[in-house]
Design a protein around this ligand. Sequence first.
Ligand code: TYD
Length: 215
Amino acid sequence: MAKYVVFDGMDGSGKGTQMKLLEEKFGDSIVFTREPGGTPFAEEIRKIIRDNPLAGKSTALNNFLLFWAAREELQHNLVVPALKVGKHVFSDRGDSSTYAFQIWGEEHKELSHLFNLMRKHVFLERQKPDLYIVFDLPAEVARERAMQDASREKNHFDTRGLAYYKRVRKGFREFAEHMPVEFIDATRSPEKIHRSVLMALAKNMIIPELALVVD
Ligand code: TYD
């Protein structure tokens, strides 16, 4: 059966590099996508949430709902069809981000109940992610790296203090209390992290054959 895997982590965790290494390794045999985005309409929603300063000035509920709107669109037009034809889907971010960033990072615990409801509806009669791989970093390191990355175009998610990074990390840990999450130590070299990712994919029976290669 085709599997659905979400890759997540704090800004600065090297997630982008890891997604590139996976794409180089697996190519078209796996459908790679991202959140928010991944379909033409969801990419339009992404532009609003991520790049339009008006989104930053709107309410927490509105931003939360826009992430879910993009997610619903991605599920309907990309994830479900791909899984149906037997293709694995690897997504750069997912609902774990909404939980860690909006509910924990931005301290909107009042949205927890709505998070559970949205999750129930969006994944109703659909396949939930089989695994979340979270690139984990101490908050200090994550913030430092995100600040120093000059190649990164800054958006309104990129200018937060240390306490925010700590809350986001805690959010991922809380998420893992109820979901199938593998944490990967992202303080190491890209090669070592990549190897750990492959091992996690083998161990969690996403691509069991990898066990033979990366033991
Ligand atoms: P992006 O530049 O793609 O960041 P990255 O390369 O680190 O993934 O911008 C996406 C931003 O959106 C990122 O800062 C995390 C944030 N985000 C949320 O706050 N909530 C969500 O539900 C999702 C999917 C992303």
